[in-house]
Design a binder for this molecule. Structure first.
Ligand code: GLN
Length: 488
């Protein structure tokens, strides 16, 4: 196995190759590790490499195959990486923050346990914006990550490290979480596929919360078929550990995607967004996608959801900041991570939080805490919650006449490194479209249509718990536009 062949393989190709003894899990792992060592000094996607553990696991997998007991293990010898807010037993989990830079959990997140059971091999933890707040992966204590398809551009964020790792070919898939687009927007900027399942579909146990009423684990891949497979593996009830991840009867997603018939499916295209805000390349790609979907037999029509269109970004940021400020209260210098002494208890809190958190996180805690105080709560937080449910009502009505919704995932293409800091408002507003799925709890697939030095993606959303519709439609687009390849 050499690197050139390795980067062409999907997760399923690797599992099949290991099972059929065309190559070994050790060969695959060594290939992935050598690629990371060769390219990651420049890209800076991986912040903790688990070389020894990964090779030991690869040898276990090879022994299992040799003994004839590999059975139907679905990710046999498949390397992957996980963002550094996903707990990994015995491996540092820092949230790219000074607050946790020395914290090592003693347990795995449920998603990590599920992947381990299926034979996947964790190669490392990836870079992110501190505490998953941001859109560019520039606010990490480990420095910025670069976009593998164009080193002068950001990889998106907060989980640019995971997206860059898939785009650079280190791994066929990566885990991250999605609160307001943080799996799908970096996937779009790096030219790979990104999927956020329905809220409640996948367990978040062991994922350090950003904003609990929004957070969901998602994944980046190069192939949409791998998304379906990962959904089969990860969408498992975990009521004991995550009460939102309930025991409804989950379908076999791979089967539903394989049997999907696009003929007659009703697809609503969101319109009304200020065209001046949207990059021209996104508008052009959307026109092409509509033609393709129509050509395959779908019925495509335009809709305008005025409340979602006007208020999604403001509503998202109001509610998410309130949510985040209460979540981050647990980092008090006593229970986990960084601690700094003070003259008294209050002083200790102040010193710890002032020096433990970076600027963006402190800004969000301050705003979030103020909008939860009396007066501001009634004027900002409460109305935002009401607007959130009005946006949900708009989508509920829409889904009476549509099977899926097509929309841009971000208003812009990957900005240059350093550019977002000069216009933060523009960056916040660029989340208006990605955050819709989080506000309402919908599954959303960010499908990559072009992967040149400026990548273009669109998102497909479907009804909550009808994840396979979004995946299947994204696959229809991937079949026409081509499966993204790793960046050379
Ligand atoms: N850009 C969004 C934000 O900064 C994304 C957050 C996320 O999904 N974790 O809030």
């Amino acid at each position: 196995m050499n690197v050139k062949d390795y980067i062409l393989l999907s997760a399923q190709d690797i599992a099949n190759g290991v099972r059929e003894k065309r190559f070994t899990a050790r060969e695959v792992t060594e290939c992935a590790l050598s690629l990371i060592k060769q390219r990651d000094k420049e890209i800076n996607a991986v912040i903790t490499l688990c070389e020894e553990k990964a090779l030991a696991k690869a040898d276990e997998i090879d022994a299992l195959v040799a003994s004839g007991n590999a059975g139907n293990i679905r990710l046999l010898g498949v390397p992957y990486v996980a963002s550094d807010n996903i707990c990994t037993a015995g491996i540092k989990t820092t949230c790219a923050s000074h607050m946790l830079d020395n914290w090592t959990p003693f347990y795995d997140a449920t998603v990590v346990t599920l992947l381990e059971k299926e034979g996947a091999i964790l190669l490392g933890k990836t870079n992110m914006d501190e505490f998953a707040m941001g859109s560019t992966t520039e606010s990490s204590i480990f420095g910025a990550t670069k976009n593998p398809r164009n080193a002068s551009r950001v990889p998106g964020g907060p989980f640019g490290g995971s997206a860059a790792a898939v785009a650079a070919g280190y791994v066929p898939f990566a885990l991250a979480s999605d609160t307001g687009g943080s799996v799908r927007q970096p996937a779009a900027y790096c030219g790979v596929q990104g999927f956020k399942p329905s809220y409640g579909q996948v367990s978040r146990f062991g994922v350090i919360a950003c904003a609990s009423s929004f957070d969901q684990v998602g994944y980046m891949t190069r192939s949409s078929s791998d998304v379906a497979l990962l959904t089969d593996i990860l969408a498992v009830a975990d009521e004991k550990n995550d009460s939102t991840c309930d025991a409804y009867d989950r379908p076999v997603f791979t089967k539903e995607v394989a049997n999907f018939d696009i003929k007659g499916k009703k697809i609503a295209v969101l319109t009304g967004f200020d065209k001046a805000l949207l990059d021209e390349k996104i508008i052009e790609a959307e026109k092409k996608a509509v033609e393709i979907l129509r050509g395959k037999g779908a019925e495509v029509f335009e809709v305008d959801l005025p409340i979602a269109r006007e208020h999604s970004a403001a509503c998202y940021y109001m509610t998410v900041l309130g949510d985040a400020s209460s979540k981050l209260a647990c980092f008090d210098g006593m229970r986990y991570g960084y601690h700094e002494d003070g003259k008294n208890l209050m002083d200790m809190y102040k010193n710890t939080r002032e020096h433990g958190f970076g600027d963006e996180v402190k800004k969000r805690i301050l705003i979030g805490t103020s909008i939860l105080t009396r007066g501001f709560y009634e004027n900002y937080f409460e109305p935002s919650i009401k607007v959130r449910s009005m946006i949900k009502d708009e989508f509920d009505d829409l889904f009476k006449k549509a099977d899926a919704v097509l929309a841009p995932i971000s208003t812009e293409l990957a900005p240059l490194i350093g550019e977002s800091a000069t216009n933060k408002t523009k960056t916040y507003l660029s989340d208006a479209l990605a955050s819709l799925a989080n506000l309402v709890g919908l599954p959303s697939f960010s499908v990559s249509l072009e992967q040149d030095s400026e990548c273009v993606s669109l998102q497909v959303m479907s009804q909550r718990f009808e994840d396979s519709t979004a995946v299947a439609l994204a696959k229809c687009l991937e079949d026409s536009f081509g499966t993204p390849k790793a960046a050379e």
